[in-house]
Write a protein that binds this ligand. Sequence first.
Ligand code: C5P
Ligand code: MG
Length: 341
Amino acid sequence: MLFLMKRVLFCKVEQIYSFTTLGKVRSVSTVKREGCFQKPSTPVAKMENIFTQIPELKRSHIHIRDIKQVEQKIKDLSQGNHEKLQVITDFDYTLTKSHLNGTRCTTCHGVIENYSRLPASFREKQKQMFEKFYPIEIDPHLTVEEKLPHMLEWYDEGHELMLQCDLVKQDFALMVQENPTEFREGTSALLSDLNQQNIPVLVFSAGVGDVIDEALKISGLMKDNVKVISNYMEFDENDKLIRFSSQLIHMFNKNESAVRNASYFQELSHRNNVILMGDSLGDLQMAHGVEPPSTVLKIGFLNDKIEERLEKYKDGYDIVLVNDQTMDLPHAVIKMILSSA
Ligand code: C5P
Ligand code: MG
């Protein structure tokens, strides 16, 4: 009897966190209801503590598989001092919004695509590629191995097209001025707090580093505690674009890229408390270079194909934010950690 009552309680708890703010309420909560018998949640008594400390966690679009583990991680991160903490974040659709008023926002590749100096034919081809390859990238029914050749084709063709455009270094600042990146609400406040507390922030992106640098600069976010690891372009003595740097970072090899950038992680080897933020399952690998033993609190933004991907996101990320275009929750967690550290 006690067992049955507990089960009912578990399901209720799961259901509270099942509702989305979109019109997908029914199917998402169904997925979670089915899931709750397979993977029970944490007893309510345990939850009250963390929910009191971070009330933002109660919001209905926030999904957590294992609240006990989240509570423990936040406790561990809070017990470490400021010197132990670092933040690792993806760029496209993580620091930036994925949607704005129902319209898809651009990625950093999209910023180049929309640049007025480039011909309409370039824009059209890039757009066609996004429409072809992005659905493959987020397809919940394909494995990474099945997606990979398509993703490589996307990068190859995209880079090839850019190389034909006679771009020069100075174009990147201009194109970002024309198409300012839509950072999530609260990104500036979050990065400003991290800067004040000297917490290193790694922006780890499979996008275009030259665009990211300019986007951060123009928004006043490129501070001395921020480092970008991404795909950078190479220019000749006349500042003409000649090639991309040889080691491609794509959405599914961030673990290898972390190894290639071992010096960054070695310098921060004492900082093994990590807040990781991403929007792709590939982003879960971004903390690969962090020295063990580490505590990595993973916060995931689930922006597309929500019902189909929610369970996998809950498996990988400690906290999943469904269709959230703000930094409210990560900021609340970080504020809590910094205030108690
Ligand atoms: O910053 P982040 O790692 O998310 O940047 C990678 C994203 O850039 C991919 O998830 C993909 O959606 C997008 N992309 C693109 N055009 C390309 C290659 C990747 O928009 N040619
Ligand atoms: Mg991304």
